[in-house]
Design a protein around this ligand. Structure first.
Ligand SMILES: Nc1ncnc2c1ncn2[C@@H]1O[C@H](COP(=O)(O)OP(=O)(O)OP(=O)(O)O)[C@@H](O)[C@H]1O
Ligand SMILES: [Mg+2]
Length: 235
């Protein structure tokens, strides 16, 4: 479904991603984990078109989408809940969701997605007229994911959905991510919480200093001694 081939990218003269190869197959949940500054968000930005790649190609359903601008990426069925959420604080919950769905030309599809988001996150329905800035951290994260779901994504990119949230809220969010996956979206999940990421995903990539250090099926990676020592705190 998504394939990154030998991606090199960075900011100005600083190269951040050095030859990244990564794949998400249809229906998969794939985790991308690694320490702060490894290049995870940079990888997401390359896929969404926010950042042009220096070298390499990105294929989506076999089509070359390398460095297409974001407004051309979203209609292809690639939705993103970005790091830091990036919701519009001075707009209501409903208005934020509406902006997510603005590319859905078909009214019926828009309505269907909106109902699905409210069903996923009933709290967003309860608070639909409330300003987004007045939501709690967990609710804001739900809104960011809900807004991405409004684009009716076949591929959903989630950048650190658990960041800054209490464990019980993290569990709720992850249940919803599983539900979204069961509805048929393929998911690329960026997480600092490696334990959680390996639980929910079928495959994972460990990124360090802009390179894929390890990859494989998540259950095996969770038992890998390097991963255990470095990321799971087992000795
Ligand atoms: N806009 C930018 N301009 C210059 N350098 C940047 C920019 N954004 C990120 N970087 C640098 O690129 C490197 C990778 O950053 P990135 O945000 O991709 O890391 P990350 O893996 O997402 O980390 P984190 O887990 O902290 O979110 C870092 O060294 C960072 O300082
Ligand atoms: Mg990041």
């Amino acid at each position: 479904m998504l394939k990154l081939n030998h991606i090199i990218a960075g900011y100005g003269k600083a190269e951040v991603l050095h030859d990244i190869n990564l794949e998400v197959k249809e229906g998969e949940v794939v985790a991308l984990v690694g320490p702060n500054g490894a290049g995870k968000t940079t990888t997401i930005r390359c896929i969404t078109g926010e950042l042009s790649v220096t070298k390499g190609t990105i294929l989506y359903k076999g089509k070359d989408i390398t460095s297409l601008p974001p407004y051309k990426i979203v209609p292809l069925g690639i939705g993103c809940s970005p790091e830091g959420r990036n919701i519009f604080g001075n707009l209501s919950v409903y208005e934020n969701l509406k902006m997510g769905g603005y590319l859905l030309k078909e009214k019926a599809l828009y309505q269907e997605q909106l109902e699905w988001v409210y069903q996923l996150f009933p709290k967003l329905w309860d608070r639909r007229d409330q300003l987004a800035e007045s939501l709690s951290g967990g609710e804001q994260q739900m809104l960011a994911i809900g807004r991405a779901v409004m684009t009716s994504p076949q591929l959903l990119l989630l950048d650190e959905p658990s960041l800054g949230l209490a464990p019980v809220v993290v569990d709720q969010i992850y249940e919803k991510i599983e539900e979204i996956s069961q509805q048929g979206s393929s998911i690329l999940l960026v997480e600092q919480n490696v334990r959680l990421a390996l639980e929910i995903s079928s495959r994972a990539y460990v990124m360090e200093s802009g390179q894929i250090h390890l990859s494989g099926d998540s259950a095996s990676l969770a038992k890998d001694s390097y991963v255990e020592e470095t990321y799971l705190g087992v000795r």
